[in-house]
Design a protein around this ligand. Structure first.
Ligand code: G16
Length: 563
């Protein structure tokens, strides 16, 4: 049982933040996410849980990010961050769900006491929690509820970090537990990336600025990524080898609406540029609302709109890393199979990217369920784990063996007489600092891509030509109850509703190079439908046929999107 003062705090909190009767909360693809009006009670409980998680880990700092990322403005959400910068562990997701659905003080007290007891930790053990939020208007109200939860248990060092991108919050949490990772401030974040990018260009022979990479526009989705990138560029100064114009920067709240006709999700889902960049032929990058995703695109005078999505980012990164590593293998400094490299994808990965990675790059490719928490976990099994969802969410993780191997190579006296190997070793040694290994990070991923383009002297069109995508279409269907959809085989097949997978297979069978799957979203109240085929018309027709099947057999709600 909990001491009386804690129970009194719970009583006051439940009174101020009652659970709405009608709602059943679940921890989705990326935490709790729904209409912001329904989240006050969840925030209060997440505050309590974050404190317990930190206490259970000996007071290591954990993180809480209040964001609904790519969702529309009226939504909000919350994700918890482990001390390592990873996503919350699954056993605590279960506790989070139970606490979120608790209506009474007794239920909540019992769950909190059980979580503390399971970790063999006293309620007054020390805890530290860093918490931040994105640009949504509901942020202040929800952060206040979170703070009430953080104040329930004693000895909690609650550290607000204000307006931050999701990856910045992950960075701050990881750095505050692992000082060797970086300085746990936003200046520390900016300076680490600026220095690593600059050194990488120098090591790759691109530090002299000779290669004209052309102009870069960055679509900030009218979210937190715009001020975050502006701050980094300001800190980097005028000589920084990246000149970017930021559009959709959220500066005019009347016009610049978060994720509205802006950002990575808009560009990827609609396969078109945001209106503000409809005419430009320059290189463009688009972030999402909390800047943990990035996709690139450009308008080609001959081919029209060309998208470089998460699959293309993963392919360029894997290509660059493996060929740079090959220089060390050829020089006899690293054994051919010494460092394992894999690319982790999901069912949304374009089939052409998988073929390219496997057949042309010789990379291991693994598939997981949607959700970066799944990809990240799978990537950790390799020395170099490149993971990206097609929507632009991903990063690269490097094992301790990778770091040790590169340190060994750097200390080899033979390097002095082998400039190409020395340059390759320096570049590879810098990658763990260029890439935000804690989580997918639009700014860090963009800097890595910009560096590769300059080092390789590639235009965005050269990059696009790595492989040609199979035509595809992603759409969504609103249904009465999306929880009736369950999947298997990394989301590629439906288990329920019974019989629907057979019906999908029958629609796919006659389509040349056809592929389609259906899965319930974990962030929006919709079912997602993806289709690929040998022509765009066939992919569109297949997506529509599958969407209609879903709509008709699972009580579609509202109008079915037919174009
Ligand atoms: C989140 C997750 C991603 C996922 C996306 C869509 O992204 O972090 O891994 O791909 O939601 O998920 P679903 O298809 O289940 O709605 P974000 O950027 O919105 O946090």
């Amino acid at each position: 049982l909990l001491p009386a003062d804690i129970t009194a705090n719970l009583t006051a909190g439940i009174a101020s933040y009652p659970k709405p009767d009608s709602v059943v909360y679940s921890y989705g693809t990326a935490g709790f996410r729904m209409a912001a009006d329904l989240l006050d009670s969840v925030m209060f409980k997440v505050g309590i849980l974050a404190a317990i998680r930190s206490k259970a880990l000996g007071g290591a700092c954990v993180g809480v990010m209040v964001t609904a990322s790519h969702n529309p403005v009226p939504d909000n959400g919350v994700k918890l961050v482990e001390p390592s910068g990873d996503m919350l562990v699954p056993e605590y997701e279960k506790i989070a769900v139970a606490m979120a659905n608790a209506s009474t003080v007794d239920e909540l007290a019992e769950l909190a006491a059980a979580a503390l007891a399971a970790a063999s930790v006293a309620p007054d053990a020390p805890a530290a929690v860093r918490y931040g939020h994105d640009t949504r208007p509901s942020a202040n109200r929800l952060v206040a509820a979170l703070e009430a939860g953080l104040a329930v248990l004693p000895a909690v060092d609650a550290i607000p970090v204000g307006l931050v991108s999701t990856p910045q919050l992950h960075y701050l949490v990881k750095a505050s537990n692992e000082p060797q990772f970086g300085i746990a401030t936003l200046d520390g974040y900016n300076n680490k990336l600026i220095a690593a990018y600059t050194q990488l260009l120098e090591a790759g022979g691109a530090g002299n600025g000779e290669f004209d990479a052309g102009k870069l526009f960055v679509d900030g989705a009218n979210g937190v990524g715009a001020p975050a990138l502006a701050a980094l560029l300001a800190a980097a100064g005028p000589d920084f080898a990246l000149h970017a114009s930021i559009v959709n920067d959220g500066s005019d709240p009347e016009v610049n609406i978060l994720n509205h006709e802006a950002g990575a999700d808009y560009v990827k889902s609609n396969q078109m540029p945001p209106p503000v960049l409809a005419e430009t032929a320059d290189r463009c990058a688009a972030f999402d609302g909390d800047a943990d995703r990035v996709v690139y695109f450009f308008n080609s005078p001959s081919a029209g709109f060309v998208l470089l999505d998460g699959d293309k980012l993963a392919s360029l990164m894997a290509d660059y890393i493996s060929s740079t590593l090959q220089v060390l293998v050829d020089a006899g400094l690293v054994a051919a199979d010494e460092l394992s490299l894999a690319v982790i994808q999901t069912a949304y990965a374009n089939g052409a990217s998988t073929t390219y990675l496997r057949n042309e790059l010789g990379a291991t490719v693994e598939f997981t369920k949607t959700g970066v928490k799944h990809l990240h976990h799978a990537a950790l099994a390799y020395d170099i784990g490149v993971y990206f969802e097609a929507n632009g969410h991903g990063t690269v993780v490097f094992s301790p063996k990778y770091v040790e191997t590169l340190a060994r190579v750097a200390a080899n006296p033979d390097l002095a007489t082998a400039p190409p190997a020395a340059a390759a070793a320096t570049q590879l040694g810098l990658l763990p600092a260029v890439v935000n290994q804690a989580v997918g990070d639009a700014i860090s991923d963009m800097l890595f891509i910009e560096a590769i383009l300059r080092i390789r002297r590639l235009s965005v069109a050269d990059w696009a030509a790595l492989y040609t995508e199979h035509p595809n279409r992603l759409t969504k269907v609103a249904v009465a109850d999306r929880t009736v959809f369950t999947t298997t085989n990394a989301d590629q097949q439906l288990v329920e509703p019974t019989g629907m997978q057979d019906a999908i297979d029958a629609l796919v069978a006659p389509v040349d190079a056809g592929r389609a799957f259906v899965r319930p979203s974990g962030t929006e109240d919709v079912v997602r439908v993806y289709a690929e085929a040998s022509s765009q018309d066939a992919a569109d027709a297949l997506a529509l046929a599958v969407a209609k099947l879903v709509y008709d057999t699972a009580d579609g709600v509202g109008e079915l999107v037919t174009s």
